[in-house]
Design a protein around this ligand. Structure first.
Ligand code: MIC
Ligand code: SF4
Length: 649
């Protein structure tokens, strides 16, 4: 039977279950990656598993999120991570070496392999032909311990690209078009597989921009074929030996197929406050811009920055604009520097930031009150920039550069009228490569002592599932609540290794009283219950969005729908994800209502309908629980760590 690329790779890595629609399968993970903000907790959990060394072919620990280092916390975490890497056979990528996804693509990504990363943008690796999936840190720890990663056999959607992008239109516009078509909700369990004659017009980093932001559609991952372009990229990285050809078979069947003509795409933007609010740049023109930020794992490659540098050559940043550039990796920074493009950016007035996440996660460069910020990153959720009143638009590097010059949202195609030619940047035959910011296993000889500063706490333990959940609706929220709403990153992210402290910021942006209420409910001996609308838990992979609620005593989330990574994280930490059967039941419920879910333990164990009693309203309703047998066992045990202990692993 002809196969898709997705099926070929997944079947080749199958260790549990059968590749059949909607079935849960376990796959072998070849490579893992972590970043520092999710990594400390992942490695604390890995340590708890008592495994002497990572069992993956390659594990890399990147430091790219918390590099601001105000206070001792970040530096303590970095030292912890460095010693963990030395002890457990993990490659350590030091702060300054770049954003995990960009660096991984350059130095380690291999077509045909599987990659699991504790960051939702791990699918960036799909640009080089890997099945690259984002997950909670605990799932990565399990993969390093040699355990399978479980997922539902995906619905593979084939995206046929035709033709070629017009000048001034970029890969970012392609993925914004995808968001226009697919939106940010309703794509759980799907994978985008790209193909068609248009693929060959896109370089690997351009493909990676597209797979990176598939995460915003909520798909499990996105993947491109591995072809001559991929081979050329690997050759330019001195890694041609890592190449293999990878194509879908002729006649492979897909869940759905759509066609996109690249030459019909125009410059687009995601307008505030969702990556799914897509608008043509031509409809936004003349909005005044206060800040332009170019960087993030979506758009900070060599080609992106060379393009911007050439557009801005000999120009000056508009007086009302603060212009920030964060190159995606030290390799990008070094290469644009050697080519003289860095000095073009500096001359134009760019504020060159560290090769790290920086502005994208709101731990620096927060815009001013009510400011308009144009960013090449992937998320513009309310408050993520660090300024709640700011309006963030997500655009291509070309559109961002145009605004640097004019101080307004500007269609980059209009730059030609200003005498600026489209800089058709070609990928280099050979990058200047320097791996000296990696510390490879074996660098430290003999026994390694793990460094644990005061910022490193023990991961809290969950409890086995209660016989009956008896509690209160601590909060009722609407649709599309992101993990940034549940637990903010930005300036609070330095507490990632200190769960009791970090928990104080739960739902801060939605309802600053949440934490106090939750603690009161927990201390009165009752359970906390979260009620939510559609697509609860969108966005990041941060397991703290489950771990911190667990810490304050949340036992169940009842929602209209829950996103994939967050759903898995809830289960990993012993919180039961439940789904309303009827919208009316969601509408009738209120914050503060007393709810009881009688015999939940028995029902999850033995089967049967799960009824929720609303004691405040004197009503009751049925909820769904879509759990595999494995997930049921995890919930009964009180989370994955407890379950693994039970299994003797
Ligand atoms: C993000 O872009 O939201 C992050 C910060 O990279 C997160 C991970 C985290 O919260 O540490 C992600 O995308 O998974
Ligand atoms: Fe870092 Fe932003 Fe990418 Fe997340 S989305 S990994 S914060 S650059």
């Amino acid at each position: 039977m002809p196969k898709s690329i997705v099926q070929k790779i997944l079947e080749g890595h199958l260790v549990d279950g059968e590749y059949e629609p909607d079935k849960e399968i376990g796959i072998r993970i070849d490579q893992t990656l972590t970043q520092d903000a999710t990594g400390t907790m992942a490695y604390l959990q890995f340590e708890a598993m008592g495994i002497p060394r990572t069992k993956a072919e390659l594990s890399v620990s990147y430091v790219d999120h918390n590099t601001v280092q105000i206070g001792f916390e970040n530096a303590d975490d970095h030292r912890y991570l460095q010693t963990i890497a030395a002890k457990y056979g993990i490659v350590y990528s030091r702060a300054g070496n770049g954003i995990c996804h960009q660096v991984h693509l350059e130095r380690f990504g291999k077509p045909g392999k599987t990659l699991l990363g504790s960051d939702s943008h791990t699918p960036t690796g799909g640009g080089i032909g890997m099945i690259a999936i984002g997950s909670g840190g605990l799932d990565v720890a399990v993969a390093m311990a040699g355990g399978p990663f479980y997922l539902t056999v995906p619905k593979v959607i084939r995206i046929n690209l035709h033709g070629k992008l017009k000048p001034w239109v970029a890969a970012k516009d392609v993925v914004l078009k995808m968001l226009d078509i697919f939106t940010t909700k309703g794509n759980v369990g799907c994978v985008f597989e790209y193909g068609g004659d248009g693929v060959k017009s896109l370089s690997v980093p351009e493909r990676a921009t597209i797979t990176n932001m598939g995460a915003e559609c909520g798909v499990t991952t996105s993947i491109f074929p591995s072809d001559e372009i991929t081979r050329k990229f690997l050759r330019s990285q001195g890694r041609e030996g890592d190449w293999m050809e990878l194509n879908a078979d002729e006649g492979a069947e897909y869940y759905k197929t759509i066609d996109i003509n690249l030459d019909e795409i125009e410059p687009l933007a995601a307008t505030p406050h969702s990556p799914g609010n897509i608008e043509k740049i031509s409809n936004l023109k003349d909005i005044e811009v206060d800040q332009v930020c170019i960087g993030s794992c979506t758009n900070s490659s060599y080609k992106d920055l060379m393009t911007v540098a050439h557009i801005l050559d000999g120009r000056t940043t508009h007086p009302n604009v603060s212009f920030v550039v964060a190159p995606g990796s030290r390799q990008v920074l070094e290469n644009i520097s050697r080519e003289g493009a860095l000095s073009k950016l500096i001359s134009a007035g760019a504020r060159i930031a560290e090769s790290a996440c920086g502005f994208c996660i709101g731990n620096s460069q927060s815009p001013g009150t009510d400011a308009v910020s144009l960013r090449t990153s992937n998320r513009n959720f309310l408050g993520r920039s660090g300024t709640k009143s700011a309006n963030v638009y997500l655009v291509s590097p070309e559109t961002a550069a145009a605004a640097v010059i004019t101080g307004k949202i500007t269609d980059p195609r209009g730059l030609e009228n200003m005498g600026i030619e489209y800089p058709d940047i070609k990928m280099p035959e050979k990058f200047y490569i320097n791996d000296n910011m990696f510390i490879f296993p074996g660098y430290v000889k003999g026994n390694v002592e793990i460094y644990r500063g005061p910022n490193i706490g023990e991961p809290p333990q969950s409890e086995p599932l209660a016989e009956t959940i008896d509690g209160k609706v601590t909060i009722k929220v609407g649709d599309k609540i992101t993990t940034d709403h549940i637990i903010p990153a930005g300036s609070k992210m330095k507490y990632r290794s200190n769960v009791p402290k970090y928990s104080e910021f739960l739902f801060e942006i939605v309802d600053p009283e949440f934490y106090k209420r939750a603690i009161e409910i927990r201390d009165s001996g009752k359970h906390n219950i979260i009620v939510a609308g559609l697509s609860y838990g969108q966005g990041s992979s941060r397991e703290h969005a489950a771990l911190c609620p667990m810490f304050v005593g949340v036992k169940a989330v009842i929602a209209m729908s829950i996103e994939r990574i967050h759903n898995a994280n809830l289960i990993n930490f012993g919180i039961v994800p439940l789904l309303f059967k009827n919208k009316k039941d969601y509408e009738d419920i209120e914050q503060g209502d007393e709810l009881e879910i009688p015999d939940i333990k028995k029902i999850i164990q033995d089967g049967g309908s799960l009824i929720v009693r609303n004691k405040s309203k004197g009503t009751e309703f049925e909820v769904d629980y879509n759990l595999s047998d494995r997930e049921k066992q995890i919930l009964l045990a009180g989370g994955t760590l407890a379950y693994m202990k039970q299994q003797g692993g």
